[in-house]
Design a protein around this ligand. Structure first.
Ligand code: NAD
Length: 342
């Protein structure tokens, strides 16, 4: 039961590798380390007792990608996480986002067909829904224009898979993540922001340690209950386990279509201010924050209807918002100890 994980030293990839290994899979990890650190492999080994086989390969390099996948053509599937993921960065560097996220996907899909890999799980995002008119969003909620080049790369990626799948043999699952937060309860792995954080929770935890002077809440005039954006925060370990379930679902032949789609969200819409207060409650830290301008590319509100994943994948969240905040805080403190290892 070998599985190839691209983007495996990244945030969600590393947590998924742990979950896969804990469920009997042997993992081959590919990552060009452009947005992650090799440390993740050590962290995975601390938790599972074994590091995955690792290839430092750029998936935009077709020849190198084909070489690895050819060597592991006996894999039962590929989980394709690798992508650039920052909404604001994609607004500034759109072409970098289109070329990295689309070229890498095309190479993976070509390799899947060439080497007969039977199952593929693709990391999509709730950002494909844009500013949805109806909440919560289900998998059949109409897709609105993307609010950022990043979101557009995910819409294009989904379209490419939908159009290409019927011409090949592989079966696909597209997982639309909402807002993954938190870290493994062991604190051996978590999100390692490469630069100034873009996501709320690393922003919060770095403000709490004093690394950042204060937190900016982007936008205080949204038409929501407290004027800040609403998101669906979900523990990264819950997201990780859904990949194991999705792969098992495909392997059991349960998927009735060439491409199936699942929302992965908790189902709860939480405002940015509510998320900040949840962190303050579990950590005992008071956060200095200011209300700032809206940020380009942000949608007003989005949260999931996760009935399909619950029913078909038997996927149910094990962690609460507070669990996620506490694990993120513990990870931030652990990172200070681990600095030399990064
Ligand atoms: N974290 C989120 O909030 C979120 C939400 C929805 C969807 N997603 C998607 O989930 C996936 C994983 O996200 P993450 O949070 O773990 O991000 P991450 O940045 O931590 O991990 C992505 C990994 O992909 C690698 N990578 C990027 N381009 C590559 C290339 N050309 N070749 C090889 N490796 C490459 C990076 O080095 C990094 O390790 C991404 O596709 C992302 O778009 C993330």
């Amino acid at each position: 039961m070998k599985v190839i994980v691209t983007g495996g030293t990244g945030y969600i990839g590393s947590h998924t590798i742990v979950d896969l290994m804990e469920h009997g899979f042997e993992v081959v990890c590919i990552d060009n380390l452009s947005r992650s650190r090799k440390y993740a492999l050590k962290g995975i080994e601390k938790i599972t007792g074994k590091a995955p086989l690792f290839y430092p390969v750029d998936l935009c390099d077709k020849e190198a990608t084909f070489e690895v996948i050819s060597e592991h053509r006996d894999a039962v599937g590929i989980i394709h996480f690798a992508a650039l993921k920052s909404v604001p960065e994609s607004v500034v560097k759109p072409l970098e986002y289109y070329s990295n996220n689309i070229d890498s996907l095309l190479h993976i899909l070509e390799a899947v067909n060439t080497y007969g890999i039977p199952h593929v799980v693709f990391s999509s995002s709730c950002s494909v829904y844009g500013n949805a008119e109806q909440l919560p969003v289900t998998e059949s909620t109409p897709i609105k224009p993307a609010e950022s080049p990043y979101a557009h790369t995910k819409q294009i990626g989904e379209d490419i898979i939908r159009n290409a799948a019927p011409a090949g043999q592989a079966r696909y699952i597209l997982l639309r993540y909402f807002n993954p937060i938190g870290a493994h309860p062991s604190s051996w792995i978590g999100e390692i922001p490469m630069d100034k954080p873009n996501n709320l929770v690393p922003f919060i935890t770095q403000t709490a340690t004093g690394k950042l002077p204060k937190l900016t809440v982007y936008g205080n005039d949204y038409p929501t209950r407290d004027s800040s954006c609403i998101r669906d925060y979900i523990h990264v370990c819950d997201i990780a386990h859904a990949h194991t379930l999705a792969l098992q679902y495909l392997m059991a032949g349960k998927s009735e279509t060439a491409v199936d789609i699942f929302n992965l969200g908790s189902g709860n819409g939480v405002s940015v201010l509510e998320a900040i207060h949840a962190f303050e409650k579990v950590s005992g830290q008071k956060l200095p924050y200011t209300l700032g301008e809206r940020r380009a590319g942000d949608v007003v509100a989005v949260y999931a209807d996760n009935t399909k994943a619950a029913t078909l994948l038997d996927w149910h969240c094990q962690y609460t918002l507070e669990d996620a905040m506490l694990s993120a805080w513990n990870w931030e403190l652990k990172m200070q100890e681990l600095q030399g290892e990064f």
